[in-house]
Design a protein around this ligand. Structure first.
Ligand SMILES: NC(=O)c1ccc[n+]([C@@H]2O[C@H](COP(=O)([O-])OP(=O)(O)OC[C@H]3O[C@@H](n4cnc5c(N)ncnc54)[C@H](O)[C@@H]3O)[C@@H](O)[C@H]2O)c1
Length: 465
């Protein structure tokens, strides 16, 4: 009798521990890693489609003026309806040099902040609407949360967050404060991607089944330049696709992620680290390096479509974001050659298919490509392209991003990227690492919208009617 009781107790403990999450917040269900979704706390509500009070002028403060930040300050000097109120960096000389971008153009000088906590004082000002964060990844979430908690909208560089816990923090604080939190994913505004998205939204590719994206960029010449080695330091300690958003952002907009579809699970694999490890040995005197030289992630969606993502910042390869779209009726490719292919609709029905003739599967010729690109140039690009190309920022896409951010804020429209995009695109780092560390086990995506992913049908940029 006693023995039977013991067995029952043992079985109950086994079942309970199988159901409960481990210390990393996940459990394994039928061979898949499943993270707990925290309850939405009372008083907190969804920010899907969030509209805030229109504002005549967007008053902005910038934090982080290293390699990336000053370009953003410069771009904002070209925008109408903007006042640059404050500039902040840990290092005062970086603030002083960004200030010259304003005074050199005859614009009023901004308030200057520096030192470890200067950013807090910036967020506490009552004459700022938007805090624009360009620091290293590790500071994004504390700064974004503090800014929202002080009533500010937030624009934060990529990736917005470095862990699942941080992703939830962004979502929760945005929902608690009803503030915008937009990740500054600029690649969704590149000209080819915008045209392709417009073509997709006009049905030219039929149903999109598969999208590829990636970040292939050898960072050898940059490792030394990041403040206090923050980037190599992060990669040294983290496996997985730690910089997924440039490849994933355009894919998610094409697939209407949390606007009718959602990413449900992923599987990741990486190579060993050879070049990364050598760089870390040279620059950090480190014996180990977690991040694989090449990381591959496969994602499936609720509507059974797929995304292939790649990350490699270590080996000598031409720059590529791998952008590729496969639909039931067509195909788009950006790297290394831009091209579109469609089902030939003027094919002779009686013709015997010629297996040797591979030309019928080629990109459309230049004389079709050019007018096609022109016809489907995205309306929001059409309005601003000339100025964007002049101001620049990765050829103009950065300027289109800033222009859209300010346009939507001024008009009280939902932003092009919401906090759920920021969380979904940023969580890949954490989820891919967990997959790899568990022998490439599938990992379920948490639903950051907490059930609202099907409420809006189709991704669209908001405009004034
Ligand atoms: N979207 C893109 O195309 C793109 C391109 C480059 C970089 N980025 C992103 O921009 C961000 C910054 O990258 P970077 O290359 O400019 O790095 P960086 O190291 O050159 O600049 C970071 C800056 O943050 C400052 N900083 C650090 N701690 C601070 C604090 N407590 N308060 C205020 N300032 C502080 C540093 O002094 C430094 O000037 C990163 O998130 C990166 O991923 C995005």
């Amino acid at each position: 009798m006693k023995f039977r009781l013991f067995i029952l107790l043992f079985a109950a403990i086994a079942v309970l521990s199988a159901c409960g999450a481990n210390e990393d917040g996940y459990r394994i269900v039928d061979g898949t890693i499943v993270f707990d979704v925290p309850e939405r706390i009372e008083g907190q509500k969804s920010v899907l489609g969030l509209r805030t009070e229109p504002m005549e002028t967007v008053r902005v403060g910038f934090i982080g003026l290293g390699m990336r930040g000053p370009g953003a300050v410069e771009r904002f000097t070209w925008l109408d309806g903007v006042e640059i109120k404050a500039l902040c960096d840990l290092l005062p000389d970086r603030v002083a040099s960004a200030q010259k971008l304003l005074t050199g153009k005859g614009l009023p000088a901004a308030a200057e902040y520096s030192g470890e906590d200067g950013w807090k004082a910036l967020c506490e000002r009552d004459d700022i609407d938007l805090v624009y964060i360009c620091t290293g990844w590790q500071q994004h979430v504390p700064m974004a949360m503090y800014a929202m908690q002080h009533g500010k909208h937030v624009a934060v560089e990529v990736p917005a967050a470095t862990s699942l816990e941080e992703c939830w923090q962004l979502v929760d604080v945005a929902e608690q404060t009803q503030r915008h939190c937009m990740m500054l994913e600029n690649c969704v505004y590149d000209f080819f991607e915008m045209t392709t998205l417009n073509m997709a939204q006009h049905g030219l590719f039929g149903e999109i089944l598969h999208v590829e994206g990636g970040y292939i960029h050898n960072l050898d010449e940059f490792w030394d330049e990041y403040y206090d080695n923050w980037r190599l330091d992060f990669n040294q300690g983290h496996r997985g696709d730690v910089y997924a958003t440039h490849g994933l952002g355009p894919a998610c907009q094409l697939l209407d992620i949390h606007r009718g579809d959602r990413m449900t699970r992923l599987v990741s694999m990486d190579t060993k680290s050879v070049n990364g490890a050598a760089t870390a040995r040279r620059l950090m005197d480190a014996d180990t390096f977690a991040n694989g030289d090449h990381t591959v992630t496969l994602i499936q969606t609720a509507r059974q479509r797929t995304i292939l993502l790649q990350h490699n910042v270590y080996t000598p390869r031409p720059y590529s974001r791998e952008y590729q779209v496969t639909g039931t009726e067509g195909f788009a490719n950006k790297y290394p050659v831009e091209g579109f292919a469609f089902r030939p609709d003027n094919q002779d029905e009686d013709a015997i298919p010629d297996l040797e003739d591979l030309n019928q599967h080629s990109f459309v010729p230049e004389y079709i490509m050019k007018p096609l690109m022109e016809k489907y140039r995205h309306p929001i690009v059409r309005d601003i392209e000339e100025l964007a190309r002049k101001v620049g920022g990765h050829g103009g896409m950065d300027f289109i991003m800033d222009y859209r951010l300010v346009y939507c804020l001024r008009n009280g429209l939902p932003l092009d990227q919401d906090v759920y995009d920021a969380a979904e695109w940023s969580c890949i780092g954490n989820l891919s690492a967990v997959s790899i560390e568990n022998g490439n086990m599938p990992v379920e995506f948490p639903d950051f919208t907490r059930g609202d992913w099907n409420r809006i049908q189709g991704y669209r940029h908001a405009t004034v009617e």
